[in-house]
Design a protein around this ligand. Sequence first.
Ligand code: 5GP
Ligand code: ZN
Length: 113
Amino acid sequence: MDCLFCKLVNGDIPAKILYQDDDVIAFEDIAPQAPTHFLVIPKRHISTLNDLTIEDAALVGKLPITAAKIAKEKGLSDDGYRVVMNCNEMGGQTVYHIHMHVLGGRAMTWPPG
Ligand code: 5GP
Ligand code: ZN
């Protein structure tokens, strides 16, 4: 499978890993859009949000829980932060292995562009 994030999970490309367990891995985004910008992904390949089934509920539920745990460790909990999941082209998805963006350290605007 020619997937960038599967390669990252397998250690074939380097990453600044913040956390991992059997199910998920979190790492710094290579092109940060905020003072803090990391990604949380399932280790198992899932291309887009459209591919999720109810069997994935527990796995995907770990994404925001992991995001919040790391955000807390980074001292972002009180000020706040944003989580984003982009789906397909119009949603701004560029890597087709689902991922939760976590951005913090500056005020966010709404609606996003
Ligand atoms: P998307 O646009 O699919 O929602 O987000 C993909 C994210 O992956 C982008 O924020 C991009 O900077 C990040 N990214 C792309 N390639 C790499 C890489 O090789 N390593 C890391 N750590 N992040 C990457
Ligand atoms: Zn993948």
